[in-house]
Write a protein that binds this ligand. Sequence first.
Ligand SMILES: Cc1cc2nc3c(=O)[nH]c(=O)nc-3n(C[C@H](O)[C@H](O)[C@H](O)COP(=O)(O)O)c2cc1C
Length: 321
Amino acid sequence: MTRRATSQPRRLGPSRLDLSVRLGSLQLRNPVMIASGLAGYGDELEGIVNLGKIGAVVTKTLTLNAREGNAPPRLAEAHSGLMNSIGLANVGCQAFISRRLRHLKALKTKIVVSVGGFSEREYGEIVLRLEDAGGFDGFEINISCPNVKEAGMSFGCSPAGAAGVVRAVRPKTSRSIIVKLTPNVTDIALIARACVSEGADALTVGNTFKALAVDVQTRRPLLGGGTGGLSGPAIKVLSLAKVWEVVSAVSVPVIACGGICCSNDALEFIVVGATALQVGSACLRNLRTPELVLAGIEEYCRNNRVRSLAEMRGTVKSPEL
Ligand SMILES: Cc1cc2nc3c(=O)[nH]c(=O)nc-3n(C[C@H](O)[C@H](O)[C@H](O)COP(=O)(O)O)c2cc1C
């Protein structure tokens, strides 16, 4: 007589794993996105990255008019991180529509267009123009850029400012509106709630942390813009805390962004409560990082018989006191 061996839990078969996620009306095949500013306008990555594997690409932030950005140098290294002071350099909304948008339609991934502005009216105007043009999948409203004065982050630092921007864009589109929050605030939950109350479908948490690097020889800031934004591995644990605060405050999906370099980083954010993830600076080290993050998530799920990320999302336990 043969006895069935007491078997190890078997790996989950590939067909039984569903990593798709929903961000408002935007459905992604998997939760891994490329963060704004690291993929240009999306088309630059074609043929370099297997976009067919990525959940979505977020474009460089577009403003109404083209911007040169801040004076160089715009990048500086920090311990375990990268500082940037790009200052929203971009081709402007109209040039994007006439020259870039057409190519994006052919890409085998979802395209989220990032929008920035200097007034509520400007945010509304860009969304309206893009909406008329069509050919993309959702909006990320950037109210969190630390590198431009009187734009971006100034809206994201107060509940009233954040709410005003979402109020200006919400009636202009039925596409998903994702609002990208700044971590550079004392109470991010207040800002998150203000955005959701005006109709945000999802929140990205978050952008870079405001930072300063100084050259002791010249006694000047290293970056042309003075201060910059810190990203990369140095900010992962800070971002985790911000994501935790936001998922506890709102019920819309939260997209984690900040320091994700590998699948284990990504899984930490999911356990804390994130629905999707954006990979930023890690793409500068290896453009295939988003694909590797996805492969690692799949591997974890198969080995642990997790069929969908909903089974893991927000399962972080309270600390034992
Ligand atoms: C070179 C560079 C350019 C960026 N440009 C933008 C941008 O245009 N709009 C935006 O919302 N975030 C921008 N970011 C911020 C990233 O999207 C991301 O929020 C941040 O870098 C934190 O993620 P990370 O630690 O994975 O890089 C930029 C970041 C870098 C490093």
